[in-house]
Design a binder for this molecule. Structure first.
Ligand SMILES: C[S@@+](CC[C@H](N)C(=O)[O-])C[C@H]1O[C@@H](n2cnc3c(N)ncnc32)[C@H](O)[C@@H]1O
Length: 470
């Protein structure tokens, strides 16, 4: 494909030694252009409904029921269905992780290293709105990116945090049915796509990543309830960060064992013989064959490694302190009702909380039934953001717009794909469309894009500035 930065020579030497006769097809695959893929948002429509209106031919991905390869010319990133959150553009290999962790509706799920949110959105779809999803990202800026991704996905039952794994482990030991560690890694699996992954790579970086991954996994293990599951994933080929980290984890956590994965087409087994320390030649290490590797020369995918571990025992998750709902003042409730009652055709959620910004402004959020009290932690969003109460008026949020179904809103401007008004709306322009005054939901082919507010014969644009088309 001809990237600007050459592959590191030491990396090539290591891979040649590991792969032996497979090294030639591996290298051939590294020089090919990756195939783009999308995963459908089943919180908004079924896979069959998407397929019926898909702008592009879809080729199923064997390890993800909602995932499809596209052809290279597909304009998935610039189509209004993307703005409507109908799909996520994602490396096909990374879609295997939530498939294998398989969160069930109603469970408590924690994504410990979540930004930009690919796997979080996948798990949210599998939860189907039931249970609670805590999405954590340690880096503050990346936590904001995560928040935006989850909003676009239309998730109503997520809590977004910006914390360290250690602080979460201290707060909610045994708190979750499912925990995902999609670990920061040396990123060798991204060499086909990212020059900077090639630039940063060194053997010392691989060793440093392995150490950091071990620390994150220690915290993650504490967060899993007895009988719950922990998934560990990386996008690197380096055995030190994959079989090596899991092997060491199993030595120090005898209450966990590897779960045999569902062997789907394209999956290759992990390599016990590559876990070199401590004493991996030991026959106990044979269990490492129950980890999954995705290889670019064996599947249409970037490099990925996945291990699913089960904690022994069977106990309910920690009985945590629930997040406390706030009591709205009469004035605030009236302001919210004045917007909600004429326009939104579902009941206002019961468990509401107000996050006060200043004397005149507060954010209104709805709490998931089982949301934990996160006070004292760095909270990005404690729940579903409904809007802002400002000086006795309620302004709906973008998160609310894109999490509603079109038929849950009474006043809409619906435009077909290809309509110039859709392009103008996404660019942030005012729309010259007559009608009754007030808030309305702008939808494309029946799927919400954002709010508008009609004044006279124009619709003022409330599409968030940061999302507007350039
Ligand atoms: C591979 S990325 C996660 C990708 C994400 N799960 C997705 O599917 O879109 C790893 C994340 O771990 C975060 N991270 C870095 N150091 C960390 C640490 N010590 N503890 C927890 N997370 C960390 C990074 O900021 C990064 O966002």
């Amino acid at each position: 494909m001809g990237r600007e930065t050459a592959l590191p020579l030491t990396f090539l030497g290591r891979m040649a030694a590991l792969l032996d006769e497979e090294f030639v097809p591996f290298m051939a695959a590294l020089n090919q252009t990756p195939v783009p893929a999308i995963r459908i948002n089943t919180l908004k429509l079924s896979v069959a409904d998407f397929a019926a209106r898909s702008p592009w031919p879809l080729t199923p991905i064997p390890w993800c029921d909602q995932g499809f390869f596209l052809d290279r010319k597909a304009n998935a990133g610039t189509h209004p269905f993307h703005d409507a959150g109908l799909y996520y553009i994602q490396d096909p290999s990374t879609m295997a992780v939530a498939t294998l962790l398989a969160p069930q509706p109603g469970q408590r799920v924690l994504d410990l290293c979540a930004s930009p949110g690919g796997k979080t959105t996948h798990m949210a779809s599998l939860l189907a709105g039931q249970g609670v999803l805590v999405a954590n990202e340690i880096n503050r800026d990346r936590a904001e990116v995560l928040r935006r991704t989850l909003e676009r996905w239309g998730i109503r039952n997520a809590v977004v945090l910006n914390e360290t794994p250690e602080r979460l482990a201290e707060r909610w030991p045994g708190g979750f049915d499912r925990v995902l560690v999609d670990a920061p890694c040396s990123g060798e699996g991204m060499f086909r796509k990212k020059d900077d992954a090639r630039t940063y790579w060194s053997e010392a970086h691989v060793a440093g990543c392995a150490l950091r991954q071990t620390g994150i996994l220690d915290s993650a293990a504490q967060l899993v309830r007895p009988g719950g599951r922990l998934a560990y994933a990386t996008c690197t080929f380096a055995p030190e960060e994959n079989e090596g980290v899991i092997w060491r984890f199993l030595q120090s956590h005898p209450d966990f064992e590897l779960v045999e994965p569902r062997w789907l087409p394209g999956f290759a087994a992990g390599r016990p013989d590559w876990a070199t320390w401590p004493a991996a030649a030991d026959e106990q290490a044979a269990c490492l064959a129950n980890t999954v590797r995705l290889w670019p020369h064996k599947a249409q995918a970037e490099g990925h490694f996945i291990a699913v571990l089960q904690r022994h025992g069977n106990e309910a998750p920690l009985a945590w302190q629930p997040a406390e709902a706030s009591k709205l003042s009469e004035a605030d409730r009236q302001a919210v009702n004045a917007f909600w009652q004429p326009l939104v055709d579902i009941p206002l959620p019961e468990r509401l909380t107000l996050h006060v910004r200043d004397r005149h402004t507060a954010e209104l959020l709805a709490l998931a039934d089982d949301a934990p009290d996160a006070s004292g932690l760095r909270i990005v969003r404690p729940g579903w953001h409904l809007g802002t109460v400002r000086k006795g008026r309620f302004e709906p949020s973008h998160a609310l717009a894109v999490s509603l179904k079109a038929d849950e809103v009474c006043t809409r401007l619906d435009e077909p794909i290809g309509s110039e008004l859709v392009t103008r709306y996404l660019r942030g322009e005012t729309l010259p469309v007559d009608g009754p005054p007030g808030w309305l939901l702008v939808t494309v082919a029946g799927f919400p894009l954002g709010w508008g507010k009609r004044v006279g014969s124009t619709i003022k644009n409330h599409y968030p500035r940061v999302l507007r088309w350039g």
